[in-house]
Design a protein around this ligand. Structure first.
Ligand code: SF4
Ligand code: SF4
Length: 322
């Protein structure tokens, strides 16, 4: 049964990050289509009353380009499904206190904002379409969310270069922003070229640095442990459905533009019976990826046993856990 709906209301973006993995030439979707999808999903959740927290997750492109649709949908869903969550993955450049004011203090509206490192590093890779760095605007947006008492989490890509700046980033988010958690994502463009041992070393270093500052880590790499930690098994394509800006349905955002969609969304979409042909096994990736997961599992067992179970941060960062 689908309990987590991913929405990609637009494939457009106001930034040109050096490593963007979204398909080029992304288009804006039809807002009415997305309103229809959410009304149908909301009816499904109310009638099926699932045992897990239902979620709507916005991804993109930059979802806040849909400045009216996003708060409309979040409001509709959270009013109808009191135990639901709405999670917005955003570059943090278009956050507006005016549009978010109605949600002040609502812990169910969560933002995951991309911040890759200290200013120099962040601005070297995450720029606006006219080439300006985005660091200061992102931090302004993060602080505005905090002022509104809205939950905010940061996600940083982890690669060979950014790992050198990780201690400074950890110090900044802890001392300047008061955060105690961070999501890290292995950057495939760089780390895909590295051996499993080298990718594992990047992660092990990140855990060591984070641990020394009492910061908890999360991120997609946690799903690599799915073989060994059942709570971290990916259930994309049965627990999740993603509707892209063209109205096509996929199991996971990482498949958009890379493999054929499962179907086009229609009013009679079967939320209870959806089973994606794209659904991966317990973890995506090659044997090399699994080798990284095995090493990470052993690291957890030896040094960080608190990571051997799923944590609220995992569920905030991913909708694919059962
Ligand atoms: S903000 Fe996200 S969607 Fe936009 S260019 Fe950067 S990585 Fe791509
Ligand atoms: S389907 Fe694959 S890429 Fe998508 S969340 Fe699951 S493990 Fe990750």
């Amino acid at each position: 049964m689908v309990t987590c709906l991913y929405l990609m209301p637009t494939g457009e973006c106001n930034c040109i990050c050096s490593y963007c993995y979204c398909p080029e030439g992304g288009k804006r979707g039809d807002p009415d289509l997305f309103r229809g999808v959410v009304e149908s999903f909301t009816d499904h959740i109310i009638s099926s009353n699932p045992p897990v927290k239902p979620q709507i997750r916005f991804t993109g492109g930059e979802p806040w380009l849909e400045k009216q649709l996003l708060p409309d949908i979040a409001g509709l869903f959270l009013r109808s499904v009191p135990d639901g969550l709405v999670v917005v993955n955003t570059n943090g450049m278009l956050l507006s206190a005016d549009r978010l004011g109605d949600f002040r203090g609502d812990e169910r509206l969560i933002h995951v904002v991309s911040l890759d490192g200290p200013e120099t590093l962040h601005d070297s890779r995450r720029k606006t379409t006219d080439g300006r760095g985005t660091f200061h605007k992102v931090i302004e947006g993060v602080k505005m969310l905090m002022d509104l008492d809205l939950p905010v989490y940061l996600n940083a890509v982890l690669d060979t270069e950014s790992s050198r700046h990780l201690p400074e980033l950890l110090r900044f988010i802890s001392s300047e922003l008061g955060l105690v958690e961070l999501s890290i994502s292995l950057l495939h463009l760089d780390t895909g070229q590295l051996s499993p041992g080298e990718r594992y070393s990047l992660l092990a270093y990140a855990y060591s640095e984070a641990s020394s500052r009492s910061i908890r880590l999360g991120g997609h790499h946690r799903l690599l442990l799915g073989y060994w930690v059942p709570e971290l098994r990916c259930n994309a394509g049965s627990a999740t459905a993603l509707v892209d800006s063209m109205g096509m349905v996929h199991a996971c955002q990482r498949f958009v533009g890379r493999s054929a969609p499962d179907c086009m969304w229609t009013d009679d979409f079967d939320w209870n019976g959806f089973s994606s042909g794209q659904q991966c096994a317990m973890v995506c990736g090659s044997d090399h990826d699994h080798a990284v997961g095995k090493k990470l599992y052993n690291l957890y067992r030896e040094e960080y046993p608190e990571y051997l179970h799923s944590h609220h941060l995992d569920r905030i960062l991913f909708g694919v856990l059962a």
